[in-house]
Design a protein around this ligand. Structure first.
Ligand code: PEP
Length: 250
């Protein structure tokens, strides 16, 4: 049985003070849940978040990292730095990173390997643009992204990662993939992983859906056999909505 994993990606939102206020309340509300809950504040708030989350089941994720462990890369952060701060996960290859910061599948692959070396669990984001969907290129797009991101991994390494299927046209737009469409792509991703790493790995990997998830649509999406959780953007910034999503899928 794969445990559901709900991750709140805060993007460039919340100061340290706002992070602490939010997490103190979230911790009280979610002291005991069967779903794995993860929050991903900006880099500046990770240390404070780790401190306030000590002893709570809520885990911490970073939103990005560089693949080198150290060096002359002004403005960058390494996997070792994130691990020391208390992160368990790191989100890699988010479509905003691909779109605005020119991240390629090769960059994502290097980051995945570096994260694993530092014992961070990568949450690898994949998903098609509206044009790719409309031209029937959804499966080819996610297959290429998965094969690129996971190149060179052993089956043991692949089994532990998390994948987030996030159709780009659904991120921050209020448009959500239907339960059936999301299930179809998540099922396809599991097949791609089975082809590359075998059935045991494919059955172990958790595959989330992301794209305008909210309390009203979370239950239907999470009930799909190949959807093992959600990567939540906008709704994770509001206590009522984030807690609502978690409670609705229990
Ligand atoms: C995201 O940023 O990963 C995301 C899914 O955003 P939203 O939930 O706002 O669509």
């Amino acid at each position: 049985m794969r445990q559901l994993i709900i991750v709140g990606n805060w993007k460039m939102h919340k100061t340290v003070t706002e992070t602490l206020e939010f997490l103190v309340e979230l911790k009280e509300k979610l002291s005991n849940t069967a779903v794995e809950v993860v929050v991903s504040p900006p880099f500046t708030a990770l240390a404070a978040a780790a401190e306030v989350l000590k002893g709570s089941p809520i885990a911490l994720a970073a939103q990005n990292m560089h693949w080198k462990k150290q060096g002359a890369f002004t403005g960058e952060i390494s996997s070792a730095m994130l691990k020391e701060l208390g992160c368990k996960y790191v989100i890699l290859g988010h479509s905003e990173r691909r779109q605005y910061f020119s991240e390629t599948d090769d960059h994502v692959n290097k980051k995945v390997k570096s994260a694993l070396e530092s014992e961070l669990i990568p949450i690898v984001c994949v998903g098609e643009s509206l044009e790719q969907r409309e031209t029937g290129a959804t499966e080819a797009t996610v297959e290429k992204q998965i094969n690129g991101a996971l190149a060179g991994l052993s089956p043991e390494q692949a089994a532990g990662i998390v994948i987030a299927y996030e159709p780009v046209w659904a991120i921050g737009t209020g448009k959500t993939a239907s339960d059936e469409d999301a299930q179809q792509v998540n099922g396809y991703i599991r097949k791609v992983i089975a082809c590359r790493f075998g059935n045991t790995v494919a059955e172990a990997v958790r595959i989330q859906y992301g794209g305008s998830v909210k309390p009203a649509n979370a239950q239907g999406l999470m009930a799909q056999p190949d959807i093992d959780g959600a990567l939540v953007g906008g709704a994770s910034l509001k206590m009522h909505d984030f807690v609502g999503i978690i409670q609705n899928v229990l």
